[in-house]
Design a protein around this ligand. Structure first.
Ligand code: NAD
Ligand code: ZN
Ligand code: ZN
Length: 391
């Protein structure tokens, strides 16, 4: 089959690789019909490269048709249409039973000290082949895959794999008071959905992003938008009676603009051999923290910062004085996809499309064009906001 593979820093290519096969009786094989590219893939393309191996198959946002099931899979059948959550979870361990599927104790990558395995997400998350490919092997297939109807287009359901539940969790964790104000840093796909969810729940939402087209997309969903600037905390306080927003969602992550020191550290790490680079990531601060620090600065006293963006530096500096003095609450983590799917399903199937799932994708292309699309998405060229591949 054809699959998109990681080849090196800022280098991916479509290669012919062996078709996946059933390895465990609990596996299924899915023929992928659509597979999205995520902001998280950009971290593998850039900063987290030291944890990738040449030839690793990327992708963790797939939807498709079940082609084959293992002998122990009872809930899925050939021909079922399924969207696949990006975390691989068992559904019955201590963590899964508590709605913490991203911490699944059955699939945790214990050798790396990390949480549940993730499709296409480096050795940190189990080196599991990903879904930007024609076929995908899905472990724990009785639990993960979400069965959906055959009538609506892929894009209605596709984002249940990751960014829609991620945004939903980000807003839940933001703990916004009724009728309160939520600021969202980053208007990429995750921030777009977090903002729209905030509006849907009746909050005032202020979205911040340096990129004009991304602000324009948020504008048309009832979000007040601002350009990122150094004094963004001051500007947000001016808009909120001098206090700052009740809650702030960081939907930017480790590659924020406006963080020259972190950017330097990341580019230095980029020149190191993998082992040394891993050491640097694990023992030095390699995150670009402009957005996270701005979130802490701008949230009101006693408010909540909810971090959806992915961070990776083990000792990245945090402004503990402000965090403690302002009495902020901080929540974060990979999304527990399955925990939120039931709440989201009626919204994505609703004719009125209240979260605008049909107004996000800017680029739909065949797998062959994926390498060019990674470049375009990373550089945010030509209004590119969300890429969907059709393998
Ligand atoms: N927690 C999870 O489970 C989970 C799931 C999916 C994605 N993510 C993470 O969420 C983050 C966003 O993902 P995405 O797909 O929307 O990616 P993206 O890269 O398209 O979005 C990031 C956005 O942040 C903006 N930005 C950069 N610097 C900024 C700054 N200083 N202030 C405000 N905005 C700034 C960029 O212009 C961009 O629009 C990534 O870190 C991704 O890894 C986390
Ligand atoms: Zn993703
Ligand atoms: Zn589990």
């Amino acid at each position: 089959m054809k699959a998109l593979t990681w080849q090196g820093k800022r280098s991916v290519s479509v290669e012919e690789v062996p078709d996946p096969i059933i390895q465990e009786p609990t596996d299924a094989i899915v023929q992928v019909t659509s597979s999205a590219v995520c902001g998280s893939d950009l971290h593998l393309y850039e900063v987290l490269g030291p944890y990738m191996h040449k030839g690793d198959v990327l992708g963790h946002e797939p939807i498709g048709i079940v082609a084959e099931v293992g002998s122990a899979v009872t809930g899925l059948h050939k021909g079922d249409r399924v969207v696949i959550p990006f975390n691989i979870a068992c559904g019955h361990c201590y963590m899964c039973l508590r709605g913490l599927q991203s911490q699944c104790e059955t699939t945790q990558v214990k050798s790396k000290g990390t949480g549940a395995a993730i499709f296409g997400y480096s050795e940190l998350y189990g080196s599991v082949p990903g879904g930007q490919a024609q076929y995908l092997r899905v472990p724990h297939a009785d639990y993960g895959p979400v069965k959906v109807g055959h009538e609506l287009p892929d894009e209605r359901y596709l984002f249940l794999s990751d960014i829609l539940p991620t945004a939903w969790q980000g807003v839940q964790y933001a703990d916004v008071p009724d009728g309160g104000t939520m600021a969202v840093f980053g208007l990429g796909p995750v921030g777009q959905f977090a903002s729209r969810i905030g509006r849907h729940l009746g909050y005032r939402v202020i979205g911040i992003d340096p990129v004009a087209e991304r602000r324009a997309m948020a504008d048309r969903h009832g979000v007040e938008t601002m350009e990122y600037a150094k004094d963004i905390g001051e500007q947000l306080r001016e808009l909120t009676d001098g206090r700052g927003p009740d809650s702030v969602v960081d939907a930017v992550g480790m590659e924020a603009h406006g963080a020259p020191l972190g950017a330097l550290a990341q580019s230095v790490v980029g020149f190191l051999p993998d082992k040394l680079a891993q050491k640097a990531i694990e023992t030095a601060g390699v995150d670009r923290l402009a957005a996270l620090h701005a979130a802490v600065d701008s949230v009101r006293r006693g408010g909540t910062v909810s971090v959806s963006g992915v961070y990776g530096g083990e000792v990245s500096p945090m402004p503990l004085l402000s965090m403690f003095d302002k009495q902020i609450q901080l929540r974060m983590g990979q999304c527990n996809v399955k925990r939120w799917v039931d709440e989201l399903m009626p919204l994505v199937e609703n004719d009125a499309d209240p979260l605008g799932v049909m107004d996000l994708v800017t680029d739909t292309v065949g797998l062959d064009q994926a390498p060019a699309m990674y470049q375009k998405f990373q550089k945010k060229e030509d209004g590119c906001i969300k890429v969907v591949l059709k393998p």
